[in-house]
Structures are given as C-alpha cells and as structure tokens.
Design a protein around this ligand. Structure first.
Ligand SMILES: [Zn+2]
Length: 509
C-alpha cells in the first residue's frame, strides 16, 4: 500500500465538515508535504507528526510523503488534524492496517513526545462526524467523555500515538503513557441565588417573571444599589431546563470556547455578564487564528446581561444588532463565514444618568439635563427597539424593607413553575408556527383578524398610539407582553387589564 486514507473534521464556527486525509508515498527525495489549504498552525503539523512518530517508536521512514486534505476549498484551522495526518502516513507505510485507519475519524493534536493533547470543539466535531455517517471516532483520552455525549458513535480514547497505532494493528508492544488531562470545570454554582433573596421591589420581580415567561428582553433603569444585577442573575433560574438540542448547543459552544465539557451535558440556561470595557470580538466572537465564540454565543439559550449598558462602546453595542435580529453571530473571514448561535435573552441595566443619582430618593444628581438625555440615548436604536419590557427599579427604603420582610416572597422554584405553565400555554397557541414564545411573534401576526383584540380591550394602547406616546413598533411590543401576561394568568386572550399592565411595563422610563 502506498496510499493511506482517513478522515478528520474541520470546524468553522459551530459547523463541522468531514475532511478526507490522504497520504501518498512517492518516489523522490525524502520530503514531507501537506497540501489542501492548511493554515500556519496546520502547516506545523508536519514537524509535530514527524517528531511524535519517532518518539512514539514508529518513526516515519525517510521517503517522499505527500499529505492531501480535501476538499481543498474548505478552510482548515488548528492542530486537531495531527492524529489523522499521522495515521494516514503510518498507513501509507503499511505500519498500521490501512483498512482499519480508513474506517475511523481521527481528532487530536500531537505533542512532540508522541502523546495526544486534548483539543477544543470535540463535541461539535463528533456531532459533525456522526451526521456524516461515521461509526467510530478516535480522540485524545481527555476528550473521550465529551465525545461520548454524542449518541450513536463509538468513541476510542488514545493517550498517545503509539496507543493509536497499536489499536490499528501496528506490530508494537503497548507502552502506556500518562494521558494529558485538563482540569475539570467546577460545577456551576447558581445555588443560593434565589428570587426569595430579593426583598421589596415586587414590581421588578413580577417583571422578571413576565420576561422569563415570554422570552422578552428587559431593560432596567435605576440608581446603583437598586438590585439590578441581583435581579438579572436570577433570571436564568426562572427559565425551564434546556432540551437535548439546546443542551448540545450550549455544551458545544463551551467546548469551542476552550472549556473542558466533561461527561455531562449542561441542562441549565447559561448566564453571561461581559464587562462594559469588552471588545466587539469578546462580545460577538472572533479573534485571530481559530475563531472563538463571544459572550453573546456563550449566552445562547440563556441570558446575556449588560450591566451599565450605556458604558459599552457604541460600536460594541451595535454588534448586537445582528444577533438580536437573526439569533446568530456571523463572522466574516477572508475564506470563510463562521456562524455561532446567539439566541440569548438580553437583560440590560443602566443608571438613570452618568452620576447615577437622578430620581433617587436620597441622592443628589449633579448631571445637566443634556447629559442625562445623552446617557440613555446611547441605548436607543437597534437595542431599545427590541426590548419589550423597560422597567424603572428604585432603591428601597428601610421602611419598605421592614414591610416587605414580613410579606410573602416568591421563590425561584415557585416562579419557574409559573413560567413553565405560561410557556406551555404559549406553545399550544403557537403550535404550527415557527415561534414558541410571545417575544418571537411578529406584529402582523398579532394584529391579524383571528388574534385581534376587542377594541374595548385595546383602549389604553390605542390612546397612547394616537397621542404619539407609542410608536407602531412599541404598540406591537405592548401586545406581545399582554399575551404573556394572559398566559401567566391562565386566560385564553388578553383583556383590558393585561393590556394596561403591559403598557405599564413599557412606559416605566
Ligand atoms: Zn446624575
């Protein structure tokens, strides 16, 4: 045999494609070439593979070896092709069984000592391999748990190149090496963050439940110390568990971000709170070399919290426009377009003015009216346009605190049960449409004849529209929230009281 063949996976964003790896042993001076659009890091695979093979005790003889990765048009990045290149090469020399190598998808980076290093993105890569019909995948030992999360494909763990070669029938004795392992992530700790901790601010708690039930984006404006961050951090707890597809997506994004996923799918919605000094790439993804997902993608299927939202650079905030519209972060590169999921629920928090004290009971605002206007105006346009619920949050007084302490509090588990019931109602109503939550429904659908509300019920919004207090888009957002309020109350369609309350959640600024 002078040609060895196997397969690897190329990831662009979260999309994986199976790549054919062929190694051809030709006549000519000793050389080792890799062709088929390798990037710089992949080009270095040559040196890693040669050193690893010789240190693993299966050195590549000095002949002319050409490795081709196809299709050539597909971009290929990173070091995860090392194992496939090494196995195809060994198969070309007949040092391992060519048919065994051909039947397996190989993923892994080689160290110079011949051991396999874990790679990022194994979960989406193995998902892609299974979709392409692969039956067996070989991965570094550290990645084996993660690869095993994909049902319907056999996972073979290898600690080093020698293990891998022996598995493929090399005439070598096993020489166990210590596998390279990354530290396991600590289980996420959102325990202890219960809605019941929020004392007073009953309106804000109710708004949070409405936001969770309908999937509505939320803006909170209030002075420092009003509990905006505390409220935002409790929103993921109100959301239902992730279904299998969502859980695979959340864990895949983690894996691509370089976090060890381990052997357990994440079933709770994520929470991401990027700092206001973060770059556009940190927010929506990018970076040089291998593209990494940003906070907006790590928050997909969960909550993206922008604290002190007006402090973010305008150009960074503008990057959220596309994810908010399409649920995807799309990054254009010279040879490729990478897509990451970005279906997050946005929670933005803002001080009422640059000094933060405007309108506070006990504070003294030192800002001019012009400064105040300009401050919140930074959020206008694409961002505020998509936020259904806009809420003013106040610092509570000690008298209110004492009063609230003695009254009944809503716990996270009780609130989640209400949210789940409301979502079931919305899901039943929206069955047969592409939408599942009120927040996703377009205005034209809401205003269509079957769903149009009685004129007597829409009096509050109609009046606001006539006086110019509400735009047409704002009108639709009020209707969406009104439907969610009706779902929470267990009634079939919104009544006048729901419309009035929805208007209140819109105009509290
Ligand atoms: Zn101020």
């Amino acid at each position: 045999m002078s040609i060895g063949r196997t397969r690897a996976v190329s990831l662009v964003g979260l999309d994986g494609a199976v790549v054919e790896v062929e190694a051809d042993l030709g006549a000519g001076l000793p050389a080792f070439m890799i062709i088929g659009l390798p990037d710089a890091s992949l080009g270095e695979a040559r040196d890693r593979v040669r050193a690893a093979a010789s240190n693993a005790g299966c050195a590549l003889p000095a002949r002319k070896l050409t490795v081709n990765l196809s299709p050539a048009s597909l971009p290929k990045h990173g070091s995860s092709f090392d194992l496939a290149i090494a196995m195809a090469s060994l198969a070309a020399y007949d040092l391992v069984s060519p048919s065994s190598v051909e039947g397996v998808v190989h993923i892994g980076e080689l160290g110079l000592d011949g051991r396999l290093r874990p790679v990022d993105g194994v979960l989406p890569a193995v998902l892609a391999a299974r979709r392409a019909g692969a039956g067996v995948v070989m991965v570094p030992t550290d990645n084996a748990d993660e690869a095993s999360l994909v049902p319907g494909i056999r996972v073979v763990a290898a600690a080093g190149l020698r293990d891998a070669a022996v598995w493929h029938g090399a005439a070598l004795t096993l020489d166990p090496v210590e596998p390279i392992m990354r530290p396991r992530p600590a289980p996420r700790d959102d325990g202890g963050a219960d809605l019941a901790d929020v004392i007073g601010n009953a309106d804000a708690v109710e708004a949070l439940v409405v936001a969770a039930a309908g999937g509505h984006h939320l803006l909170m404006v209030g002075p420092p110390g009003a509990g905006k961050s505390m409220l935002a951090a409790r929103l993921p707890g109100l959301l239902p568990d992730l279904d299998v597809d969502a859980a695979l997506e959340v864990s895949s994004v983690r894996s691509l971000s370089g976090e060890a996923v381990g052997g357990r799918l994440e079933t709770r919605p994520p929470f991401e709170a990027p700092h206001h000094t973060c770059s556009a790439a940190a927010l929506v993804g990018g970076g040089s070399g291998v593209l990494r997902p940003g906070a907006a993608s790590r928050a997909s299927r969960g909550v993206l919290f922008l604290d002190e939202a007006p402090e973010f650079a305008q150009t960074v905030l503008d990057c959220l426009r596309q994810p908010l519209e399409s649920g995807e972060a799309v990054i254009h590169r010279s040879r490729a377009v990478a897509r990451f999921p970005a279906r997050f629920q946005l929670v933005a928090a803002a001080n009422p003015c640059p000094c933060g004290q405007y309108g506070a009971r006990d504070g003294d605002c030192t800002c001019s009216p012009h400064q105040r206007r300009r401050y919140l105006a930074k959020l206008s346009g694409p961002l505020v346009d998509r936020i259904d619920i806009q809420l003013r949050v106040a610092r509570i007084s000690s008298a209110q605190f004492r009063l609230a302490e003695s009254s009944e509090v809503l716990t996270t588990s009780a609130a989640r049960a209400r949210v789940e019931e409301a979502r079931r109602r919305a899901g039943a109503r929206l069955a047969g449409t592409p939408w599942r939550l009120s927040a996703e429904v377009p205005g034209t659908w809401l205003r269509s004849s079957e769903r149009r509300l009685a004129v007597t019920d829409t009096v509050p919004v109609d009046r606001a529209l006539e006086t110019g207090a509400l735009t047409m888009r704002g009108y639709d957002r009020v209707l969406r929230v009104a439907w969610t309020l009706a779902d929470l109350d267990g009634v079939d369609r919104p009544e006048r009281s729901h419309v009035a309350r929805a208007l209140g959640l819109r105009r509290s600024l």
